[in-house]
Design a protein. Structure first.
Length: 225
């Protein structure tokens, strides 16, 4: 994938974040130099991929809802930025294979939003199992990220004036136990829960949503690096 559009967009967006937003990042030291990497974040707005990408050391790839690729020009631009379409109404095997190839063959950084959709309340939604399958089958390091404040940037045009108080907290990387095995449904479910708990622990209490009462659970299927 040639992401010719990402460098100028990322450069310009970093400048607009500095001009219009109170944007603070905590935990940059937790992003390892090892590649590939899976970035796992909560999801509050359409601008989340760009906000998170602005904190990363290189251009990431990510999945975006297929409805955004409806028109050829938009599809071309999104792909040139680093996005690939995913059908959120079903288990999209094609999208999963694409991002697996980006990790295994191209050793990329991939952003994944395990909730599968934007939270309209600001609280963390129940996680979907796609990220867990990737973590298990590829053995890739996962870096949890918690983003707050972007819920006020729902309109994509806000990319030109992202006025908000944005906080990005990056947690310590971890791996799934029994990596490279064929994941069972139970294993994927347990690892999904642990991934979401790791994100919830980084969020303010009022944004932990479905995982508010689970943050003290000790991980048994994932190991902090």
């Amino acid at each position: 994938m040639v992401q010719w559009l990402f460098p100028p967009c990322n450069f310009g967006f970093k400048i607009t974040l500095r001009w219009f937003s109170d944007y603070k990042i905590e935990g940059l030291e937790n992003i390892p130099e090892t590649r590939p990497l899976l970035i796992a974040s909560n999801h509050l707005s359409n601008l989340d991929p760009a906000i998170i990408a602005a904190a990363l050391p290189e251009a990431p790839v990510f999945l975006a809802k297929k409805e955004l690729f409806k028109f050829s020009v938009g599809s071309f631009l999104l792909r040139s930025y680093g996005a690939y379409p995913v059908d959120r109404r079903r288990a999209d095997i094609g999208a999963l294979k694409w991002i697996t190839d980006q990790l295994v063959s191209s050793h990329r950084i991939a952003m994944v939003f395990p909730e599968g959709t934007r939270s309209k309340t600001g609280g963390l939604l129940k996680g979907q199992s796609g990220l867990a399958h990737l973590a298990i089958t590829t053995g890739t390091l996962v870096v949890p990220i918690a983003l707050s404040g972007s819920e006020n940037l729902q309109n994509p045009m806000k990319v030109f004036k992202p006025t908000a108080i944005l906080r990005l907290k990056i947690g310590r990387p971890f791996v799934a136990k029994n990596a490279s095995l064929r994941p069972t449904r139970e294993m994927a479910s347990e690892i999904t829960t642990e991934i979401m708990i790791r994100i919830a622990q980084l969020l303010p209490e009022d944004q932990r949503g479905a995982y508010s009462n689970l943050i003290d659970i000790k991980p048994t299927q994932t190991v902090t690096i």
